[in-house]
Write a protein that binds this ligand. Structure first.
Ligand code: SAH
Length: 348
């Protein structure tokens, strides 16, 4: 496979092109062009020979938009194709203050959570840092944006397919590339990283000096029940996860968020709410309750709107900060891995 120049920092790019006999100042031009979404044949400030030489050896844009579907509420779902033919998804949410893109970090996922479509076929491969970045670059360009002063996407959530902390090095590199002053320059403070709770990597992340917002998929306050929903819970207890969150808070000063997918009759009872309160009370955290996006391959049902708000009320009454996540894009199969699966089914 050809190398992705988007995987490289500006320094690494400088090194690479000077090794090829090019002038180092070209690196800045190329870096900017790559991060604004240009292909080599569009980099008209380079000579034709140089463009051909690069195209021969490297891939400029490893992520292409294959298809997009707009929801009634304006949420837009993207199916991206990668240079090896793999497919991934992203979701664009338009808010008053800007646009948030939800990105995938792996093709498939190893976690195999009971309610999620992404894990159905296991992990296919990790995404490169330049591919995760490429999702943002592709949508930015699609929206008519460019680098920092013209960027359309202002916030990023790593809540698409994949487990970001299972692809640790590429994800950390991606965060550094995303915040590069010569590129799109989105600060990690405007990025949320969502993890199923890989404890050792949570400690490691706290040392990176990145200040990315940490979000943990909890889904149950009871260890053995959590293990039924999320197989990875067999490796790390809730207590270990809470300790890792607390450490993250102490090292970064960032409050952490728990995601809690409400599954009807499973984790949405009064006992679950009370146990959750006992667990989280007094912690610098927020609970984001999510109504399950029902996946056709899975039997699990979502808690009703009424039950979701009742659950939130119980948490709030006890002093926890909690919200029910706005339903967005459920008419376009907005949840993890759904669109990719349907596309693959339809094109079998
Ligand atoms: N692996 C990471 C990030 C990807 S999942 C993690 O587990 O956090 C991102 C979020 O989407 C998780 O909170 C996950 O539980 C949620 N999610 C996945 N499938 C869903 C579905 N069908 N309905 C609602 N939320 C879902």
């Amino acid at each position: 496979m050809k190398e992705f120049l988007l995987d490289l920092s500006l320094e690494e790019l400088k090194q690479k092109i000077t090794n090829m006999g090019e002038k180092p100042f070209r690196a800045g031009q190329i870096f900017k062009a790559l991060h604004s979404g240009l292909d080599f044949d569009e980099m008209t400030n380079l000579s034709k020979d140089l463009r051909l030489k690069f195209a021969d050896e490297f891939i400029a844009q490893p992520v292409k938009i294959l298809k997009s579907i707009v929801s009634k509420d304006g949420t837009e779902k993207f199916l991206f194709s990668l240079s090896d033919g793999n497919l991934i998804e992203g979701v664009l949410m338009r808010y008053k203050y800007g646009c948030t893109l939800c990105v995938s970090t792996q093709v498939g996922c190893r976690m195999n959570c009971a309610f999620c479509a992404s894990g159905l076929e296991g992990l296919i491969r990790n995404l490169h840092s330049g591919e995760i970045l490429g999702e943002i670059i592709a949508v930015n360009r699609y929206l008519g944006g460019g680098l920092a002063d013209k960027r359309k996407i202002t916030n990023v959530v790593m809540m698409g397919s994949g487990e970001p902390l299972d692809n640790y090095d590429n994800v950390v590199k991606f965060l550094r590339l995303l915040s590069s002053p010569d590129g799109i320059n989105i600060s990690p403070r405007n990025v949320s990283l969502s993890t199923a709770g890989l404890v050792p990597q949570m400690y490691k992340l706290a040392e990176e000096n990145l200040h990315v917002n940490l979000t943990v998929s909890l889904h149950s306050p009871i260890d053995n029940e959590r293990q039924q929903i999320m197989p990875v819970a067999k490796a790390y207890s809730i207590k270990e996860i809470l300790d890792a969150c607390q450490n993250y808070f102490e090292k970064t000063g960032r409050r952490y968020i728990f995601e809690y997918v409400l599954i009807k009759g499973n984790n949405d009872t009064e006992i679950h709410a009370q146990t959750l309160i006992n667990l989280l009370k007094g912690r610098p955290c927020h609970v984001n309750l999510i109504r399950l996006n029902e996946v056709k391959e899975k039997a699990l049902k979502s808690a009703s709107d009424k039950d979701a708000y009742r659950f939130m009320g119980v948490l709030e009454k006890a002093g926890l900060s909690a919200t029910v996540r706005r339903r967005m894009g459920d008419d376009i199969e907005g949840a993890c891995g759904q669109l990719r699966r349907r596309y693959l089914d339809d094109n079998k």
